[in-house]
Every structure is written in C-alpha cells, then in structure tokens.
Design a protein around this ligand. Structure first.
Ligand SMILES: [Zn+2]
Ligand SMILES: [Zn+2]
Length: 342
C-alpha cells in the first residue's frame, strides 16, 4: 500500500506532487477549524448544519469552483500566456518562498481595494452581496462568492503568477493559503489574537464584516492582512462586543441560480411565484420537495435553509452598494443604538 502510494507520488509532476501535499493539509485545516468551532464558538449554538450549508458546499465550493477553474485557467490565463509567451521572467530566479510571499502580499493589497470598491459601487456590490447574504457565518461561509467576483479576483491573482514566470507550484501553494486563510477568517471561533490582529486578519474583525450593523457596512475590508484596514482607516474592532444582526439588510434569495439572477435584476420571489408558472415550477417544486424532506428528516432542513431570527431592529444608515433602506423603517428613530454587549 505504502509502496503504491510512493510510486503514485513520484509519478506525478511538480504541480501534482505539490497538490498531493496541499490537499491533505487543506482537509487537516478543515478538521482543526471544525474542532475549534465546537470548542471555542464565537456565537454559541451555531449548528454544523446551518442555513445555506448545502448551497455553500455543493453549489459554490464544488460545482462553481470546478467550472470556474476551467474557465479562468483554460480560457483566460492560458490564452494570455500563449500570447505573451516567455517575455517576463521577473520572479523566475527567486526562491519559491519569496515568490509565494510576494504574490500573497501584493494580491492581498489589491483585494483590499477591490473589496472596498465593491462596497461603494452600486454596480460591483451586485457581485459581492451574495458573500454577505449568510446569517450564520462559519468556516465554509466564505466560499459563497458570486461567479463574476471569482472570475475577476482569481484572474488577477493567478495570471501574474504565470505571466511573471513564477514556479508553477506557486499556484497550488497559494491556493492552499487562500483556502485555509479564507476558512479561518470566517470560522465561528472566538479568537483573541491581541496585537497580532493589527497584522494578521482573523475572525475577530472579519466576522464583524459579515454583521448587519451600520458601523461596519464600510469597514474591515482586509482578507489576509488586517494592516490594510488599520493603515487606510477602515478598521473596526470594538472591545468586548459582538454583532447581534448578521447578513444583508434586505431580503436575498437562498438559491444559487436565483442569487445570480438577483444580481442582474431585482425581483420579489413571492410576487414572481404568483406571476410566473416557470418560476413556480423551478422554485416551488424545489421548495416543496425540500420542505417535505425537512419535515421527515430534521437534519435535511439544512438543505432548504431557514430564517434565523436575529432579534434586532432594522438599520437606516447608508447601505453597502447604495441599496435603499426599506420604506417602513425610514420614519423610525434615525440613530438607534446598534448593538448591545453580549
Ligand atoms: Zn464585503
Ligand atoms: Zn467574508
């Protein structure tokens, strides 16, 4: 058995061999985070089978990633590499660790600004709101990213690695770092990293970014290095407080395809169900089927998702992507206290 594994490993090329190491490391990171979430939860009582788990795992993590990898590497980066060929070898002579470090830092700096831009642009907010739509945030919640957001960000991430002549193994190494760090900042783990949170980003600041609180609609944009938020004046880290409302300040579809459709055109799911037989066919059947299953097998309710009462009032502040506040709350107290210590 060991010999077979060893033969398999040595038969792989460098990228394959690296992936054979990064994949078990990724699974190990998942296991560690799951244990930490159970042992030191940021929000107590958040179930493993939380709202949208199936959506994030099946549609976003497996299906979308699979097809977007083919699109990004096969149909965007490969033609670019063919066109520009071996013109740039800027980083080829560097040690692999330096190449990885360089691309991790520069891409993280880019992603800070693009993320900040997405929160301020009505158009690009549509490519990011899905990421904020979950009300129960955990290790897998970060995978929920609109396809356009992934295409833009991963092309800008991986094209330079290939075009600047990096060692090809930088791609799987960087993909592992992205995945583990991405899971970590969303993990429902009560981390207190002290001064480290000025540099290394973690759940302490990123879970606030997923809160529906007006003071963080335009804060905590960092992904890996929190230093960008502190440098550019967007850090938010209140002492001893946790969010009470989570997700988006407006209704958002729970289905993968409807989430993408909603980014192109706003619709009211209930009204659409009244009007369109096609919509009833698609949404109604799925909804009834999963509802029927959920009533018989309680754990299967996670497939459908459920409303999570957050027990807090609506906010009236300017919303990310300039989405208007619901009419009903505009006359209410203009500056309500947003959160209570928990
Ligand atoms: Zn965001
Ligand atoms: Zn996030």
């Amino acid at each position: 058995m060991l010999e077979t594994l060893s033969n398999f490993y040595h038969g792989l090329n460098a990228v394959g061999r690296t992936t054979a190491i990064t994949t078990p490391l990724l699974l190990l990171a998942v296991a560690v985070l799951l244990v930490l979430e159970r042992k030191y939860p940021y929000r107590k009582g958040l179930p493993f089978f939380r709202e949208g788990l199936f959506l994030d795992l099946f549609w976003y993590t497996l299906v979308q990633s699979y097809f977007l990898q083919i699109l990004i590497f096969g149909f965007i980066i490969a033609p670019l590499a063919r066109h520009f060929g071996a013109q740039f070898h800027w980083v080829s002579d560097w040690p692999v660790a330096a190449q990885v470090g360089f691309f991790v830092v520069t891409h993280d700096f880019y992603i800070y600004w693009f993320h900040r831009f997405q929160h301020n642009s009505a158009f690009f907010w549509r490519t990011h709101e899905a990421h904020h739509s979950g009300k129960q945030v955990d290790w897998l919640a970060g995978s929920r990213s609109h396809a356009v957001e992934i295409i833009i960000n991963q092309t800008i991430e991986f094209a330079p690695i290939i075009l600047l002549g990096a060692n090809p193994i930088v791609v799987p190494i960087k993909a592992l770092i992205d995945a583990v760090w991405g899971m970590y900042i969303h993990a429902n783990v009560d981390v207190h990293s002290g001064k480290l949170q000025y540099v290394i980003n973690g759940p302490e600041m990123h879970l606030w970014h997923h809160a529906d609180h007006e003071e963080v609609y335009f804060a905590n944009f960092s992904t890996k290095f929190a230093v960008w938020d502190w440098l550019f004046g967007t850090a938010y880290l209140p002492e001893g407080r946790k969010p009470v409302r989570w997700g988006l300040p407006y209704a958002f579809p729970k289905d993968y395809f409807l989430q993408h459709a909603f980014s192109v055109r706003r619709f009211d799911e209930a009204a659409l169900a009244e009007r369109s037989a096609w919509f009833r066919g698609y949404h109604g059947v799925r909804f009834r089927l999963l509802g029927w299953l959920g009533r018989r097998v309680p754990a299967a309710r996670a497939l459908q998702g459920w409303d999570v009462p957050d027990g807090a009032p609506e906010t009236v502040a300017r919303r990310p992507g300039n989405n208007p506040a619901p009419v009903a709350v505009t006359s209410a107290e203009p500056s309500r206290p947003v959160a209570t210590p928990s």
